[in-house]
Design a protein around this ligand. Sequence first.
Ligand SMILES: C[S@@+](CC[C@H](N)C(=O)[O-])C[C@H]1O[C@@H](n2cnc3c(N)ncnc32)[C@H](O)[C@@H]1O
Length: 250
Amino acid sequence: MTKKLNFLKFYLPIYTATISKGQSHLYYIDAFASSGKNRLRGVDQILEGSPLIALNTRPPFTSYIFIESNGWYFNELLENIASHQKHFSIQSFFDDSNKLLPDLLRKIPNGSRLFVFFDPEGIQELLWDTVEEVGKRGSAELLITFSCMAVARCCQKRQDEDVLDRFFGTKRWRNIARKRKLGRLTPERARKAFVDLYKIQLRKHFKYVDDVVLVKTEHHKPLYYLILATQDRSLVKIGRQYKTRMCGVE
Ligand SMILES: C[S@@+](CC[C@H](N)C(=O)[O-])C[C@H]1O[C@@H](n2cnc3c(N)ncnc32)[C@H](O)[C@@H]1O
């Protein structure tokens, strides 16, 4: 949880400082916004969630869009962002991002720059078609949580084949799953192959794609990657700086 949010806190101010020069419309879109605040398990501590991190970013974005499909979280979100409403242009939607986002993107003026955060819990909430809609805009950056644990879990269930097809936007994941099942790939190599396949998909629309963070469970099992996708070389370099400095990974 915190690693993801730490990355956002590091990256967003550099992003807005870099992009806002000469850019009149700069959107932050949080398509899986949740409540805006997270309670840390085991300790009595509340952390800002991604919507509040974005709203507290300086220089600010010019517009904010939040989407959340759970009514309870959505109401909490409205309360948690209320004090920011008078300072910023904020639109909040109680909806399914996969249904709403394509239309919403069409209403955003051409030439606007967008930073889109896709932070689902697993893989069935985010469809490849939705990711592709963002990619087609050409002026968007994407940050995606890629749950390698959810991918590994779904691969073991025949009924989840469609979920994986819709998530990857291709059936090529089946090859990797087959090799893993036959023991021709170790769990580590299969994980790497799955994330590489997703990155290949993203490269159809984004020039630069990199996994910037790998988060593991307390038992050191890989949980998810954060993947950054952009058209802008300088932005992917910022992600790599984070990877090298904060995680000690080359
Ligand atoms: C991992 S949480 C997001 C956490 C948030 N980014 C943060 O850092 O504070 C995922 C959220 O997405 C919501 N969600 C799940 N499916 C969704 C969908 N199709 N459209 C919009 N929100 C969805 C869930 O209710 C949950 O609150």
